[in-house]
Design a protein around this ligand. Structure first.
Ligand SMILES: C[S@@+](CC[C@H](N)C(=O)[O-])C[C@H]1O[C@@H](n2cnc3c(N)ncnc32)[C@H](O)[C@@H]1O
Ligand code: SF4
Length: 405
């Protein structure tokens, strides 16, 4: 496979925020079904023509920056202690009340971090979401904070699905990323507890030049964990992630084809995060396999069409600042002073991210722009312009009726 691409010198944006995100994501329905109180499954909010103008499908709430791990790639630059300006329990209730303003079906809230388990009021906040009819998922870190009792309490409070991260197929590899020995073992145990608790599990895996050769072994391991979904997080150069290297566009394309092949045999769904071009590859492959548009739209990848930073996704940082995603450090306002519904529906950053006609470069003239649209976070990280082409996608769109390649 090709060498990883280096970031161009000086390509970083000046702005650096405590970005984003997490867990069960991307428009795939967890098999958790409904919930008492009329709470729908993940993905209840649907787009109109691939545009999520009314409401995001997912609100990622970074409940705290505090985390017992020290991941080399952490976008949040998580730290051991809780920040003094993190949203209080009461402010959390206010945020949930604001989310009701989107109307039904409500967005699904992912309690992420840092490590949300570091908040002693987590069960209270989850229960508050449930009481309001808002669905909830959990994106915790695998540390000693996690116990079977805590997972049972969170399930009882209303958590519908959970994610864990696994960035290496062995303890040596995974723990080297996570900065704390024993994290691999803890993750495997936590997966078992999720099972026992009846929490459908998604596993997230980071894609960098270092993890790329290990992905087949990680994929094999996924079969032992009883997961519903494997989500591959393609590195975004934010936070501590600026010290790592992305894979090359050629490797990304190769990986997307490999993932499509795996998706046909795997007993779990496969999705990508910040690599929306997987959808282009999947569409081409499914079309070649004889599937029509309706059949493609009904697949797990099809149900995520259109979802990307700011379109179907909103991120609330620990201190209340609102971003189009945790990987895109463009603050639009703060829940302490602004209404999240107004920010999502009307702020120019959000509306601009939903207007694919303004996208530039290859993404701007790509026939897949509405379903894909590229990683806006990566475009911003590389160029400082959120509307630029995603530099990881090698697709050259057709000009004047030519076939793209
Ligand atoms: C932000 S974390 C929050 C949940 C929890 N702390 C964890 O690490 O699993 C959610 C996911 O984002 C991934 N992630 C963090 N920083 C990233 C970056 N710079 N690029 C891509 N993915 C990243 C993590 O590996 C993790 O799977
Ligand atoms: S050019 Fe942009 S919109 Fe087209 S497939 Fe690539 S990333 Fe997606």
């Amino acid at each position: 496979m090709d060498q990883a691409i280096e970031r161009p010198a000086g390509g970083r944006p000046a702005a650096q925020a405590s970005g984003q995100a997490g867990a069960p994501s991307g428009g795939q329905r967890a098999p958790s079904g409904g919930h008492p109180g009329g709470i729908g499954p993940v993905g209840s909010v649907r787009p109109e023509g691939y545009v999520y103008a009314r409401a995001p499908m997912l609100v990622y709430w970074e409940t705290t920056l505090s985390c017992g791990l020290a991941c080399r790639h952490c976008r949040a630059e998580a730290i051991p202690d809780r920040a003094p300006d993190e949203l209080t329990t009461q402010e959390g209730f206010t945020l949930l009340d604001q989310i009701l303003g989107f109307g039904r079906p409500y967005p699904h809230v992912v309690f992420t971090g840092g490590d949300p388990l570091r908040r002693p009021d987590l069960e209270t906040l989850v229960a508050a979401a449930t009481e309001r009819g808002i669905g909830a998922s959990l994106a915790p870190s695998a540390t000693a904070e996690m116990t079977p009792e805590r997972l049972r309490a969170l399930k009882a409070a209303g958590i519908q699905t959970m994610s864990l991260s696994l960035d290496g197929s062995t303890a040596e590899r995974h723990d080297a990323f996570r900065g704390v020995p024993g994290t691999f073992e803890m993750t495997i145990r936590a997966a078992g507890w999720a099972h026992e608790t009846g929490l459908p599990l998604q596993v997230n895996t980071l894609v960098t030049d270092e993890t790329l050769p290990d992905l087949p072994a990680i994929y094999a391991l996924m079969h032992e964990l009883g997961i519903i979904r494997w989500s591959l997080f393609f590195l975004i150069s934010v936070g501590r992630g600026t010290a790592l290297r992305e894979i090359s566009p050629a490797d990304s394309e190769h990986l997307n084809h490999w993932l499509y092949d795996r998706s046909k045999e795997a007993p779990f769904a496969i999705k990508t995060t910040e690599a929306t071009h997987y959808r282009r590859v999947a569409i081409k492959r499914m079309t070649a396999d004889g599937m029509d548009e309706a059949a493609i739209a009904a697949t797990s990848v099809g149900r995520g069409f259109g979802v990307r930073d700011g379109n179907g996704i909103m991120f609330v940082a620990n201190n209340g600042f609102v971003f189009p995603s945790g990987f895109l450090p463009l603050p639009t306002g703060n829940v302490r002073t602004d209404d999240v519904v107004a920010l999502y529906r009307e702020h120019p950053v959000f509306t601009g991210l939903r207007d694919t006609s303004a996208f530039k470069g290859r993404c701007g003239r790509c026939p897949y722009v509405q379903v894909c649209g590229g990683s806006r976070a990566r475009a911003f990280a590389w160029t400082g312009d959120v509307l630029e082409a995603d530099p990881l996608c090698p697709f050259v769109p057709p000009v004047d009726g030519e076939r793209g390649h």
